[in-house]
Design a protein around this ligand. Structure first.
Ligand SMILES: [Zn+2]
Length: 394
């Protein structure tokens, strides 16, 4: 692979087919495989410090614990977490991160360390009485982050979920994002508690709203149908989870060209079940893979998600690896920039050990990629080595 001065791929192919301009620095990885940088379509890097600390099995209790943990966390905790989370992504070969958060610390970590991807600023607040303040905070944060974001980092908006965002704030946040051309993300159709809340106004989330004197939204057929009525679905939305999706919902996602971030290990950890991945792919929905946060999963290993996705939907190894690369790029609308090793795209790649014995077909290579369970030998982002961390003078 020949990388130009801007960090894009100038040429790629067999050694003899790639030019070696005079003076170009050469880096060799014998017995290794260059894989397009992996794309983590959903995580919360600012929560990285909460790994192993939020243990509740019941989803409502887990969410409540997370809320308390967020109240005590300071800006330093978020920034420390975001830095550590980004470095962990790189160690697993992830070069593009789609992150959601409340503090914006991820954007600071991206700027400081050279991370790339999308950061969605969360909108939170069920109570209509707090809508004006919550919305003003989102606008203020987004304005600040757009100034602060380095090249290669997009800023979007994420109304958190139907059970944490009131219909008024949801409408305002979505209208604002569409008007400004900012990408959207929303946790949708994750738990059965969310289904109860949306379809029948029952369950732990509904009880919580009632106790706080907050009127419930008008019932809908399903969480995704609720999102459609609210005007959230569409090509600019990344629907996170989509576990509780029936065939009608799958058709809705396909018709509206809404992308999905699938987080199979997080769903399993919280007992939500598995998303209808085979059906979504069959319907032509753009799907990427996400780890979710370290508070939900043991690590940010995206190939572990690819293995879980493969198991869930009976995919071939090639299909699973594609989901972790080009699938994620398509889900984020970034397939012209990342997701495969092609001239013109960013030189985002990871290096995995692979014994050079004989010729292998693509399926066999993909199988070996999925077998990989350790840190990558190296990860490069936009033509710069991000992992292992470059020492002085390198
Ligand atoms: Zn999440």
């Amino acid at each position: 692979m020949l990388v130009d001065a801007a960090g894009r791929i100038a040429a790629v192919g067999a050694d003899e087919a790639v030019p070696r301009p005079e003076g170009a620095r050469a880096v060799d990885y014998p017995d290794a495989l260059l894989l397009p940088g992996l794309i983590n379509a959903h995580t919360h890097l600012e929560l990285h410090g909460l790994r192993g600390q939020v243990e509740e099995a019941d989803f409502f209790s887990w969410i409540q614990h997370m809320r308390r943990a967020r109240e005590t966390a300071g800006a330093d905790d978020y920034l420390e977490g975001a830095r550590a989370g980004l470095r962990e992504c790189w160690s697993f070969g992830v070069t593009t991160v789609a992150d959601t958060g409340t503090s914006g610390a991820t954007v600071e970590a991206f700027a400081e360390l050279g991370g790339r991807g999308v950061y969605y600023q969360e909108a939170l607040g069920p109570d209509r009485r707090g809508t004006a303040r919550a919305f003003a905070e989102v606008i203020k944060s987004v304005d600040r982050l757009l100034e602060q974001a380095p090249a290669g980092v997009a800023i979007g908006v994420s109304p958190h979920a139907p059970y944490t965002v009131g219909p008024e704030l949801l409408a305002q946040a979505v209208g604002y994002a569409l008007e400004r051309g900012l990408p959207l993300a929303m946790h949708l159709a994750e738990s059965s508690a969310e289904v109860e809340f949306v379809t029948a106004g029952r369950g732990a989330f509904a009880d919580n709203w009632r106790e706080r004197g907050i009127p419930l939204p008008r019932p809908a057929r399903s969480p995704l149908a609720y999102a459609e009525v609210a005007g959230v679905l569409g090509p600019d939305l990344l629907a996170i989870h989509a576990v509780q999706a029936d065939p009608e919902d799958v058709a809705l996602l396909a018709e509206t060209d809404t992308a999905v971030a699938a987080c199979p290990r997080s769903n399993r950890r919280h007992g939500h079940g598995g998303l209808p991945l085979a059906e979504l792919l069959g319907a032509g929905v753009r799907v990427g893979l996400g780890t979710d946060s370290a508070a939900s999963v043991p690590d940010l290993d995206l190939l572990a998600e690819a293995r879980a996705a493969r198991e869930l939907a009976g995919l071939s190894a090639e299909e699973a690896v594609r989901l972790a690369t080009l699938g994620g790029a398509r889900a984020l609308g970034m397939e012209a920039e990342v997701g495969s090793l092609e001239a013109g795209k960013w030189a985002d790649f990871c290096v995995l050990p692979l014994e050079a014995s004989g010729t292998r077909d693509a399926g066999e290579v993909a199988g070996l990629v999925l077998e990989h369970r350790e840190d990558c030998l190296a990860t490069w982002v936009a033509g710069q080595r991000a992992h292992p961390e470059p020492g002085p003078g390198t």
